[in-house]
Design a protein around this ligand. Structure first.
Ligand code: SF4
Ligand code: SF4
Length: 188
């Protein structure tokens, strides 16, 4: 093994390159028709449209992709996958982008809401608003004033009875399902 190779080689870097190559192959046939973007129920919350995301993957724009929170907004509803005229596995691509971001140690800020949401569902079987937001603020301690921004929304939700007191829930039933999903997404 050459000295330069020893210095640059890393299993994580190898895996990142492998995932990126697989993603480029997966979206290589995208013809930019925009059906996925028009169909995505979470598109309004994404900073980059799914259609543009596939193009960025084709161009290998890794840093720009990680700056985005688009793939953290994907709720794996499979609508884009079902409607893509090219039959591309777009939901899997979004899951792989989450994995790639975690491998790269990037996107932790953008992933905070997603992780808080999923951990809450796993623990309670449904969203417990107070618990989820506490967890989210804890993950975003880099921004200590963030909770203040949510005060007006929290007040409105409480007034309408939309905030529930944490309870027992169905977490024990869901844990094996979450473990399997993590395994399939390569996040375990
Ligand atoms: S629906 Fe399919 S072909 Fe059309 S832009 Fe989206 S990924 Fe590309
Ligand atoms: S799977 Fe994700 S990207 Fe595709 S339509 Fe659903 S939320 Fe949007």
């Amino acid at each position: 093994m050459s000295e330069s190779y020893k210095k640059t080689w890393s299993p994580v870097e190898d895996e990142k390159q492998l995932i990126l190559a697989q993603l480029q192959k997966e979206v290589g046939a995208c013809m930019q028709c925009g059906t996925c973007t028009a169909s995505c129920p979470n598109g309004f919350a994404m900073d980059i449209t799914p259609r543009t995301m596939w193009r960025m993957i084709q161009f290998g724009m890794v840093d720009e992709i990680f700056e985005s929170h688009t793939f953290w907004m994907c709720s794996s509803c499979y609508t884009c996958t079902l409607r893509c005229p090219r039959g591309l596995k777009l939901t899997s691509v979004m899951a792989s982008l989450k994995r790639l971001a975690m491998l790269s140690g990037k996107g932790r800020k953008n992933s905070a809401f997603y992780r808080a949401f999923m951990e809450n569902i796993e623990s309670h079987g449904r969203v417990q608003e107070m618990g989820m937001m506490s967890n989210y603020f804890f993950k975003r301690m880099d921004n200590p004033t963030l909770p203040l921004k949510f005060v007006p929304l929290g007040m409105k939700m409480m007034a309408k009875g939309k905030v529930h007191i944490p309870g027992g829930g169905q977490g024990a039933i869901l844990k094996p399902l979450f473990a399997k999903a993590r395994e399939m997404e390569g996040l375990s």
